[in-house]
Structure formats: C-alpha cells, structure tokens
Design a protein around this ligand. Structure first.
Ligand code: XMP
Length: 429
C-alpha cells in the first residue's frame, strides 16, 4: 500500500462520507471504520497517520453514549474530534472546513498527499494478484461504468485469468453490446463470452405488462443465463464485482442505519459459491470514473449516464413488442446524438425516450397514419430521490421531433415530459 491514510471512525454521523471526500480532495486517502475498531483491525490498516472522531467522545446515539475503543486512544496517532459542541465547533463553511482538515492532515499528522489513481491502480493490481494467485475470476460485464472499470482493472492485474460474460438481453441501448465487444475483446484482448440472449428474454417477456413482473423476469433470467455460462467453465474460484463505496456506506454500519440494502451489480445471488473480488469497494463514483479513464476506457463508457438494470424494458411501456422496442432504441439514439451535438451531454443528468402502448392518428404526405407516440424525458438530480426537468431549448426539441417522426418507423408524434419528481418518478415504469 503506497498511500498514507486518515481513518474516520463512525460515531453515527451521516456526515462521514462528506468528510471522507473532503480529505480525499486534499489528496489523502481515507476510510470509514466502526467506532469500536479493535487493536488487531487497527494494526492491520497500513499507514494510518491520523484519526478523526466525527461526533467526539461520548456521542449520544439513541440515548446511549458511544466512544472510540481504547485501541484508538492508545494508538499514538493524532486524533481530531469534530462536531463536539463545547470543545471544537465544526465550521459549516466549506473553505473553513478545508482549512481545519488541512491543518490536521498535513500539520499534525504529517500525511503525504499521495492519493492518486496511479498509486491506487498499482496497489489494487498487487492486491488482486495476491488474492487470486493462479486462480480464475468470472465477471458479469454489463457495460455500465462500475463493471467496465472492474473489468479493465482485472485485465491489467490478471489478464486471461479473467473471463467476462456479457449478456445481451435485447434491452440495451443502440451500439452498447457492440461497444463492449469492441473495447474488451478487440482492444483489451480480454476473454469475453458474448451471450446473445435476446430471443430468450423477449419470449419470456411476451404479453407481460406489469412493470414489477417485467423487472423480476429480467432479473431472474439474467441470473439463469449467467449461471449457465458459469457452469460451462472449469476452475473458476472468484467472482468480480463492481461494488463501490456508497453501496457499502448506504448499507449502514453499526451506528448509522441502513439507507438501502447493499445491492450487487446485476443482482447476482451471493450463494454462487465464489469468493468475491471487489477492487472498487473503497471508491466514490467520481473516483471510479477517474480510475476508468486512467485505465484507458473510452469517455462514452466512463461518463455514461445512469441506465436501469432492466434497461429499455421499463421504457417500452406495458407488454414489450419488438417493433416498439426498436422504436424506443432508435429514438433514444437520436436524442443522445442531438444532446451530444448541442453540448448537453454531461450537463444533463439523465435523458431518454419512452414509448407508450397506445397509438394516435396522424398524417404523413397527405396520408392518414395510426402510429405510436414517443415521449422525451430529460432530468437533473443529485441523488435520484427528487428531480427537476431540464429546460431544453425549444428549437432543439423541434429538431429532435422532426428527426424522430421522419427516421423512426411507426412513430408519428413526439411529447416532452414536463413532470418533476415528485410527482412523477424519473422512469415511467
Ligand atoms: P425512478 O424512476 O425511481 O428512478 O425515479 C431513479 C433512478 O433509478 C434508475 N432506476 C433503476 N435502476 N434498476 C436500476 O438499476 C431499476 O429497476 C431501476 N428503476 C429505475 C432510474 O433510471 C433513475 O436513474
């Protein structure tokens, strides 16, 4: 391990992730650990230069006073108690906070600002090699940011000892399965099994119009396909996973209640019998992207907007039909191309198209049509819990409408969804 570390002990403050990010912004690595960390666990952490007790000693949580264990006070490293009302008021102003942290981290702890992607990658390559040895690793590679970065890191560390499985369930965006094959098989020379499961998924989904049943079918079928592929392979002992730090933090700790349970990428069950390799589990999302960039992944993969696991399946409303699925895929590609050309890519948090399951009357070249509408959605949010609608220039909406109604078969109308969350959700299903 190359980096110095500042340890944040979890005394039940929801602010810990913010402090962790503030210290990493200074170029110093941090991790959050339970307040009653044992002597052995503390000794096992490399290069701890300082400890932060956010909440201070004897913080009251649910009526009980909690404090750091004796190992912490005996460790001999500098300790900073923040947010302790009587002794050390904690500034709310971001610049003042940076000053306080900076003084502690560099002045008292004498930590080096050596947290960077180059060192992180070098450490992880070493750790992966020592964990895996000569054994083999399997990875479900969806093409999303997290699984793509894990794949790139594992390829760097163990090359052909990794086998990636990409399941094309037919619900991906235009060009995505092709990009996964191009980047990982052709450019990075990875062992990549590409599974064309399009018919299998669409057959299972035929006639199913309930959104939650659609989600369940897609999730369960994904696991079945992945397990079938895993069974065909010999000698796999590890499963790579794109778990990231917020997944772990949000799962809750001893003192902070769970926000949501830890979901693993692709919803793979934990009883597959493999040990896990999770090299991104200490990274925040922006650090995962920086890691992907440092490993040479293309921007279109690293800065990809969020995309739901069930993919276009929840944007083709009601029972999925192949014609409407193609229409939502083609219109989504046009929307993305036009947002890219207008410089909105990376500025708008999430944008996509939705196709409902009703038709309306229109006219084309003097002839009556009876076709599907397409709905455009573009939203901004911080945490996806609430969202506002992007104020897209009217001329751009007109251009996109013109292209979709002329280029996408079976579509004669385009609508723009003006609904924030709440009252709407971001997705329509
Ligand atoms: P909603 O529609 O709940 O979406 O406002 C919030 C965010 O979550 C994404 N989303 C999903 N992601 N599986 C996922 O992995 C899902 O089933 C799913 N449903 C919604 C959505 O795209 C948005 O970013």
């Amino acid at each position: 391990m190359q980096q110095d570390m500042i340890l944040i002990l979890d005394l039940g403050s929801a602010e810990n992730p913010k402090i962790a990010r503030e210290i990493r912004a200074l170029g110093v690595y941090t991790e959050i650990h339970p307040h009653d960390i044992t002597e052995e666990a503390l000794a096992a952490l490399p290069n701890v230069r300082g400890i932060i007790l956010n909440g201070g000693p004897n913080r009251i949580v649910d009526g009980t006073a909690i404090d750091a264990g004796p190992a912490v006070y005996q460790s001999g490293v500098p300790i900073l108690c923040v947010d302790h009302k009587e002794q050390d008021p904690w500034p709310q102003d971001d610049i003042e906070r940076q000053e306080v942290l900076s003084k502690f981290v560099f002045g008292m702890c004498r930590a080096q600002a050596n947290w960077n992607m180059e060192n992180f990658i070098a450490d992880q390559v070493e750790q992966i090699r020592s964990q895996v040895g000569e054994k083999k690793v399997l990875l479900a590679l969806s093409g999303g940011v997290d699984s793509s970065v894990v794949a790139a890191l594992l390829i760097k560390a163990i090359g052909k000892q990794l086998t990636c499985v990409h399941v094309n369930h037919g619900l991906l965006r235009k060009g995505e399965p092709e990009q996964v094959v191009q980047v990982f098989r052709n450019e990075m020379d990875a062992n990549l099994i590409y599974v064309d499961a399009v018919d299998r998924f669409l057959d299972k989904l035929a006639g199913v119009d309930d959104p939650e049943r659609k989600r369940k079918i897609i999730g369960a079928e994904f696991i079945r396909v992945f397990e079938e592929e895993a069974r065909k392979l010999d000698g796999i002992e590890f499963l790579g996973q794109g778990t990231i730090y917020p997944d772990i933090i949000e799962s809750g700790t001893k003192t902070v209640k769970a926000v949501k349970s830890h979901h693993n990428v692709g919803g793979l069950p934990e009883d597959l019998g493999f040990a896990l390799v999770e090299p991104l589990k200490m990274l925040f999302k922006d650090e995962v992207r920086a890691c992907g960039k440092a490993l040479g992944l293309p921007d279109s993969m690293v800065y990809r907007q969020p995309f739901p696991g069930p993919g276009l399946g929840v944007r083709c409303l009601g029972a999925i039909t192949r014609d409407r699925l193609e229409a939502v895929r083609a219109s989504d590609a046009i929307l993305r191309e036009e947002f890219h050309n207008a410089g909105l890519e990376g500025k708008v948090w999430q944008y996509f198209t939705v196709i409902p399951d009703f038709k309306s009357v229109g006219v084309q070249d003097g002839v009556r049509t009876f076709d599907w509408p397409v709905i455009l959605r573009a939203v901004n949010t911080v945490d996806a819990m609430t969202a506002t609608v992007e104020d897209v220039p009217f001329s751009l909406l007109q251009k996109i409408t013109d292209r979709i109604t002329h280029e996408v078969a079976g579509v004669n109308r385009v609508l723009y969804d003006l609904t924030p969350k709440p009252s709407g959700t971001i997705e329509w299903e």
